[in-house]
Design a protein around this ligand. Structure first.
Ligand SMILES: [Ca+2]
Ligand SMILES: [Ca+2]
Ligand SMILES: [Ca+2]
Ligand SMILES: [Ca+2]
Length: 269
């Protein structure tokens, strides 16, 4: 029962996000970052809260409240482009498997941007990829590793180049000619290692898993908050947090819908 409720809530939220499409993305009010961090933390606690709620029907309100907090955070957008997913360690050979996915304004150009590795051991740079192309209608751009013949094993690639980013601790930055636009550091950095990411490092993804933003357009400038391990890499697809300002009636309807489905009358857990 509780899993059904949780799925219903998440499906409703995700439908809201998808139906909203990609709202305009602007530089944001940085003072709301802490609120947003708290919102995403709470959203990640939903499953734990839901388990706790198993013994009390009234406690269904708790996960609903957490999701409402997430929804209320969804009308804030962040500066783009952003690194939305990285895949640097396939099971076995990485050749033709690795990719970096970016999120940006749909239809805008990536020309003049670079994706670059920063070696965690000594800070040396490389590989460096000069990007060419445009963000697709969903705001996604995927640069994929070349097998060696100009093709790649990566689905949905927008550009193919020859590269292989290292397993952590290392960093990958997105920059233009003179400025870092976004960066992700991953792995466990020792005191002498060079961290070129933002905030605290993301975990090192095990072979076969990628590191992806929880939402491609959600950026608190803290890699540990923003990125999570994805067991199934998703080049070319991503969840977005940006939705239009939720209308009070829509929020109320969603809340009533969830409560109705959560009503435990006769329910067996
Ligand atoms: Ca690699
Ligand atoms: Ca590998
Ligand atoms: Ca950032
Ligand atoms: Ca993706």
């Amino acid at each position: 029962m509780i899993e059904t409720v949780k799925q219903t809530v998440m499906q409703t939220v995700m439908q809201t996000v998808k139906q909203a499409g990609h709202s305009a993305v602007h530089p944001t009010a940085l003072q709301r970052t802490e609120h947003l961090k708290e919102s995403i933390r709470r959203s990640r606690k939903v499953s734990r809260v839901a388990r706790t709620a198993r013994r009390s029907s009234s406690a269904f309100i708790l996960p609903i409240a957490a999701l409402m907090g997430l929804i209320s955070a969804a009308n804030v957008a962040f500066a783009v482009p952003l690194i939305s997913e990285i895949y640097y360690d396939a099971v076995g050979s990485d050749n033709g498997q690795g990719f970096v996915e970016l999120y940006g304004d749909p239809g805008s150009s990536v020309d003049g941007l670079f994706i670059e590795g920063v070696n965690g051991a000594n800070g040396s740079l490389g590989p460096t990829i000069a990007l060419i192309g445009i963000f697709g209608p969903e705001g996604i751009f995927v640069v994929a590793d070349d097998v060696g013949d100009g093709s790649s094993e990566v689905a949905n690639s927008d550009q193919i180049a020859n590269f292989d980013f290292q397993n952590g601790p290392d960093s990958i930055v997105l920059r233009d000619a003179g400025q870092v636009l976004d960066a992700v550091g991953y792995g466990s950095f020792g005191v002498t290692d060079v961290f070129a990411g933002e905030g605290n490092p993301a975990p090192d993804a095990p072979a076969g898993s990628s590191l992806a933003r929880a939402f491609a357009d959600f950026d608190t400038d803290d890699n540990a908050v923003d990125f999570e391990i994805r067991e199934i890499p998703s080049p070319g697809t991503a969840l977005l947090l940006s939705v239009p300002e939720p209308q009070p009636i829509a929020m109320l309807t969603l809340g009533l819908l969830v409560l109705a489905k959560a009503r435990p009358a006769g329910a067996r857990y």
